[in-house]
Structure formats: structure tokens, C-alpha cells
Design a protein around this ligand. Structure first.
Ligand SMILES: NC(=O)c1ccc[n+]([C@@H]2O[C@H](COP(=O)([O-])OP(=O)(O)OC[C@H]3O[C@@H](n4cnc5c(N)ncnc54)[C@H](O)[C@@H]3O)[C@@H](O)[C@H]2O)c1
Length: 267
């Protein structure tokens, strides 16, 4: 079991943090005594507004996390300005591609949900390894442990994110780097604001608030747990899936039939 990660006094980075889950994680880290939290997102104005809201221990940088050169430059710049990065929360994500999706949705989902984590790790892990310490959190999704019936690109790339996080956790433990993987079900954010009553995520259970996710992240860091499950029932669903895949698939087909029947009634 990895060592618990102690937040007070650390320098942390959270991507996709101009709003939603990322902003809640940043707020929670500051509340727990992080010395400096740098938030990253695409739009400079949104980043600046969120950093200002977080207060004087927060800073913001705007760039595309799926751009490797930009990610490498940001890691170097942040360490120059604020010292060694102790914790990197690779959280940015997109909801792209209805159903099987088109190539653009697959490309975007792959770049943001998998390659962005790879680019951050490439830039950061050699630095963390040299120091013999650091923590890397990947925001995947319960979709990456189970499925998300609305979108194949989202589901498959979030499975990729979970697999990558596991691989990093195994291969880099010897370097003193610990890794965790955040897998929420529904959370009330901009990403899910348009979810109607027939959304597969809504059918999967109650939505929680971003602050609940921030709290779950901090608890898991303290406990040194790999999987961060703000919806504890996801652990049960995952066990059922592993125990009897055919039975689980049958249950998911029934859920899909319920969703389609609801949509046909115009719900
Ligand atoms: N909301 C949910 O129900 C839910 C459930 C499970 C997992 N997640 C995951 O949680 C993470 C945060 O999502 P959220 O719900 O807070 O949604 P959100 O849309 O509020 O936040 C996502 C943020 O990521 C940013 N972003 C997207 N692409 C980026 C890029 N290339 N570079 C930099 N920033 C980029 C967006 O601008 C946005 O601010 C995502 O990875 C999402 O897939 C969300």
C-alpha cells in the first residue's frame, strides 16, 4: 500500500480547474493547508477568475493539456516559480461523442483522457523520481471501471485512463511516486448540466456535488488509497462486473432498454 500523502505545505497543480470537480479539488487542497495550488484550464479569463476566487495561495495558467510542448513548458515554469510540484491532479476532461461517436470525438477524447496524462507524466515523473517523492492523481470516471451507455468514446478512453493510472502506480512506486485514480459517477458540473432524465449517468444513481468529490480526494490521499470512489456503490458494481461478466452485461442491457423506453415516451 502506498504511503499516505500529506497535504499541508505542498505545491499542487490541478488541471481542468476553472470550474467543476477541478476547482473543488483545488479549493479543498488549499483548505487542507497546501502552500500553493496552480490551476490549469483552456481559457485564460476563466482561469484568472477561478484563481482569484481561490485567493492569494492560488495561481492560474491557461494551456491545452493535450499539447505536449505546452505541458512540458508549464511543468518547468511552475517549478521555477513555485518550487517542486508535490501533487499533480490530471483532471481535465471532455464529454464528446454520442453513441459510437465520430472520429473527431474519438481523437479529442483520446488526447484529453489518455495522452494528457501521458504528457504530464513524461514531464513530471523524472523530476519527481529525482526527488524520490510525488503524487499523481488521474481523474478517470466510474465509466472507466464500468461503462457509460451514452458515449463509446468517453467510456473507452476513461477505461484507458484507469489502465494508465494502474500502470503508472505499478511501474513508478520504486521512484517514490504514488498514483491514485478518481472514478466518480454523476457529479453536478457544467459537463452534466444538460443531462436529461433519460441520461444513462442519471439513471445510474444520485448526482453529488463537486465539493463531495474534493472531500473524497483528500480522504483517499490521507489513506494512501489508489481508487477514489466518491460514490461508494461503484465498488460494489465493479465487483459484480468482475464476478459474472455475462450477468453484468445482461443487467446493463436491461438498463439500456429502460433508457430507450423513457426516451420513446419523451421523458
Ligand atoms: N461530472 C461528472 O459527472 C463526472 C463523472 C465522472 C468523471 N468526471 C470527470 O471529471 C473531470 C472534471 O469534469 P467536470 O465534471 O468538473 O466537468 P467540467 O466541464 O466542469 O470541467 C472540465 C474542465 O476541463 C477543462 N478542459 C477540457 N479540455 C481541456 C484541455 N484540453 N486542456 C485544459 N483544460 C481542459 C474544461 O475547460 C473544463 O473547465 C473530467 O475528467 C470528467 O471526465 C466527471
Amino acid at each position: 500500500m502506498p504511503e499516505p500523502f500529506s497535504i499541508p505545505g505542498t505545491t499542487a497543480v490541478v488541471t481542468g480547474a476553472a470550474g467543476g470537480i477541478g476547482l473543488a479539488i483545488a479549493r479543498r487542497l488549499l483548505h487542507q493547508g497546501a502552500a500553493r495550488v496552480v490551476i490549469i484550464d483552456l481559457d485564460a479569463d476563466r482561469v484568472a477568475a477561478a484563481a482569484e476566487e481561490l485567493g492569494d495561495r492560488a495561481d492560474g495558467v491557461a494551456f491545452d493539456v493535450a499539447d505536449e510542448a505546452a505541458a512540458a513548458a508549464a511543468v518547468a515554469r511552475i517549478e521555477e516559480d513555485h518550487g517542486p510540484i508535490d501533487l499533480w491532479c490530471s483532471n481535465a476532461g471532455v464529454a464528446a461523442g454520442e453513441g459510437l461517436g465520430d472520429d473527431a470525438a474519438w481523437e479529442l477524447s483520446w488526447r484529453v483522457h489518455v495522452m494528457a496524462h501521458v504528457y504530464a507524466a513524461r514531464a513530471l515523473f523524472p523530476r519527481m523520481a529525482e526527488r524520490g517523492r510525488g503524487h499523481f492523481l488521474v481523474t478517470a470516471s466510474a465509466a472507466g471501471l464500468l461503462t457509460q451507455l451514452d458515449s463509446a468514446p468517453y467510456t473507452a478512453t476513461k477505461h484507458g485512463a484507469v489502465a494508465l493510472a494502474e500502470w503508472l502506480a505499478i511501474r513508478h512506486a520504486d521512484d517514490g511516486i504514488s498514483v491514485s485514480c478518481l472514478c466518480p459517477q454523476g457529479v453536478n458540473t457544467a459537463m452534466t448540466a444538460g443531462d436529461g432524465g433519460t441520461s444513462a449517468t442519471r439513471l445510474g444513481g444520485a448526482y453529488i456535488e463537486p465539493e463531495d468529490v474534493g472531500e473524497a480526494v483528500v480522504a483517499a490521499l490521507h489513506a494512501g488509497r489508489f481508487l477514489v470512489l466518491p460514490h461508494p456503490e461503484a465498488a460494489d458494481y465493479e465487483q459484480r462486473r468482475a464476478a459474472d461478466r455475462d450477468r453484468w452485461l445482461e443487467g446493463m442491457r436491461r438498463a439500456w432498454a429502460t433508457i430507450r423506453a423513457g426516451a420513446a415516451r419523451g421523458e
